[in-house]
Design a protein. Structure first.
Lengths: 305, 280
């Protein structure tokens, strides 16, 4: 698999506080990578390092395979865009003027593609309205437009839906999906709004206390969070035999416990087990959300950061 | 860096405070030249000299440059736009130098704006002695270097402090303090070495003549050298000196050398620290 961004044993220390500690990440090309962690977990610190705003204390990261201490990293950064925390826009300029300024910074010879970019983010009708008078959603979309100015193929968005109203959240989500599908842009999206992230992400990375706890694909997460019936029986071998006869998908968890991934007729199952001398001790329906998966993974919210 | 310069100059062209200062300096130049001319008409004991009013801008830019640099560079932090430059791979050295060059150009613009205003009044009204022009041109060049040195000092604070309001407070306060210090230094250096003696007609009709009395406040030896050094070295000291046409300064060349030193050292130190700075 081709990775756009990787990190190895990355660390960042602010005086006595370790914001990142032995951190690693693998962002595959073409993915929408959901970077999940609570406030203060180290998400923004990592993004600042990748964007070149800060230097790591230890370890290294690579963008498009180029290490951070390689002089060629500046050239690699031209292929990426980012919105870190708040959108970086000149408040006293219009959307068009902001984009012109970014085009000059990048060194693009022509402003011809600005109207198309404004249309893409839905800001084509803002005219002479200055950015300071924009709604939060409009500012966020302008920030994304600026990040898109150099036609990047990797975009980093730090908490892109923070503070947005439901309409704004939908607009930003649709824009991200559109850019990923139509332009093949890889996204790294940090968020702690897990429900929103679960509608977008193709891959996940869970960070806690500056350390990557787990990385997985959306398919793996779906499997882990799949709706199932957890059944506890006196003899799991009998259960296994009965479920095979019924042609149902299941997974054995212990000598007495199994998860059944199908809708079952409980009476039929109970009778079939009783015929072979196996008792049902308990039976409950389970569905793990991304949120509960995350809480189980991180271990609740009582850790010291 | 040409891309950054192009972007920063485009931003300067739209900067309202810059144009407000430019117009203000132009009107200030007209006002000072006109007032000087009117006072010569009223009192008539001397001829209006262009050099009396030509260099007053050095004092004005000592306050305007800190304010402008703080706002211009501070906006990069308050709006977060400095991140856009770093994210797409511009080096910190380029970002620092680009801001310094644009702010220096703006500072020179303010000086020139004043001069255009002053010349607009002086050319038709004043008698300009061509003999003074070479000396005046040298002082103008010194003032330009002083303006860039002052900008370089303000740029350090603006680039290293990520709080726009705090930057403005530090820069303007520092400029005011330096200006007061420089005026104090100049007043100490101006102290006469001796108070001249007096002549007194006594009641008996005799004329009593006292000898000159030494001034206890007159600076001597090392102390005078230290005062003289700061008078020449500090950009505000140079501003005060240039306004009074280097009355107490050693030479324009020395002022220019000090300014060049300030520009090189402050830019070197500023860039070194900025490269290590964590940007939020």
């Amino acid at each position: 698999m081709d990775y756009i961004l990787t990190a190895r044993s990355l660390g960042k220390r602010y005086k006595n506080f370790k914001a990142l500690n032995d951190f690693s990440i693998h962002v595959p090309q073409g993915a929408i990578y959901g970077f999940v962690g609570k406030n203060g977990a180290g998400k923004t610190t990592f993004i600042r390092l990748v964007c070149g705003l800060q230097e790591p204390s230890v370890g290294s990261y690579a963008i498009y395979g180029t290490e951070n201490n390689d002089p060629g990293i500046s050239r690699c950064r031209r292929r990426m865009g980012a919105v870190v925390e708040t959108p970086s826009i000149y408040q006293d300029m219009t959307a068009e003027e902001n984009l012109k300024e970014q085009y000059r910074i990048i060194g693009l010879p022509s402003f011809d593609s600005i109207p198309e970019l404004l249309r893409l983010v839905g800001l084509e009708n803002t005219g002479k309205k200055k950015a300071k008078h924009f709604s939060l959603g409009m500012k966020q979309r302008l920030g994304i437009a600026i990040a898109l100015a150099g036609n990047p193929d990797f975009l980093i968005l730090d908490e892109p839906v923070n503070g947005l109203d439901p309409q704004g959240i939908i607009e930003v989500r649709e824009l991200i999906l559109k850019l990923n599908r139509e332009k093949g842009i890889t996204f790294l999206i940090s968020s702690h709004i897990l429900d929103e992230l679960s509608r977008l992400a193709t891959h996940y990375g869970f960070i806690d206390s500056g350390h990557m706890v787990k990385e997985m694909s959306a398919a793996e997460l779906d499997a882990a969070c799949r709706k199932c019936i957890r059944v506890q029986v006196s003899d799991v071998r009998v259960l296994s035999r009965v479920l095979d006869e019924m042609n149902l998908e299941y997974s054995i968890l212990s000598d007495t416990m199994a998860d059944i991934f199908a809708r079952i007729n409980v009476s039929q199952l109970a009778l079939a087990l009783a015929d072979q001398g196996c008792d049902i001790i308990s039976l409950d329906e389970r569905e793990e959300s991304l949120e509960s998966y995350y809480v189980n993974l991180i271990g609740g919210g009582n850790r010291n950061e | 860096m040409s891309r950054l310069l192009s972007a920063d100059f485009a931003k300067l062209r739209k900067h309202k405070f810059f144009w407000f200062c430019m117009i203000g300096m132009f009107l200030f130049g007209i006002f000072m030249a006109a007032m000087d001319y009117i006072s010569t008409l009223q009192y008539g004991d001397y001829e209006a000299q262009l050099t009396n009013v030509l260099f007053i801008y050095t004092l004005a830019v000592s306050i305007l440059i800190p304010a402008f640099v703080s706002l211009f560079v501070g906006t990069e932090y308050s709006d977060g736009t400095i991140r856009n430059k770093m994210i797409i791979g511009h080096t910190r050295t380029s970002i620092y130098l680009s801001n310094l060059i644009v702010c220096s150009a703006a500072g020179l613009g303010l000086c020139i704006s004043y001069m255009i205003g002053a010349f607009a009044v002086a050319l038709p009204l004043y008698t300009i002695d061509p003999g003074i022009l070479p000396g005046a041109a040298i002082l103008v060049l010194c003032s330009f270097l002083m303006s860039i040195a002052f900008t370089a000092l303000c740029t350090i604070t603006a680039m290293l402090c990520q709080n726009k309001a705090l930057t403005a407070v530090i820069n303007i306060l520092a400029a005011c303090c330096l200006l007061v210090i420089s005026i104090y230094i100049m007043s100490r250096l101006r102290q006469p070495e001796m108070y001249s003696g007096y002549t007194l007609n006594t009641e008996t009709g005799e004329v009593e003549v006292s000898e000159d009395i030494p001034n206890p406040d007159y600076l001597r030896g090392t102390e005078r050298e230290i005062y003289q050094f700061f008078n020449d070295f500090l950009p505000t000291g140079q501003a005060v000196n240039i306004t009074s046409q280097i009355e107490l300064s050693q030479s324009p060349g020395l002022l220019a050398a000090y300014s060049a030193g300030i520009i090189i050292v402050s830019t070197g130190v500023g860039m070194f620290v900025f490269r290590k700075n964590d940007i939020k």
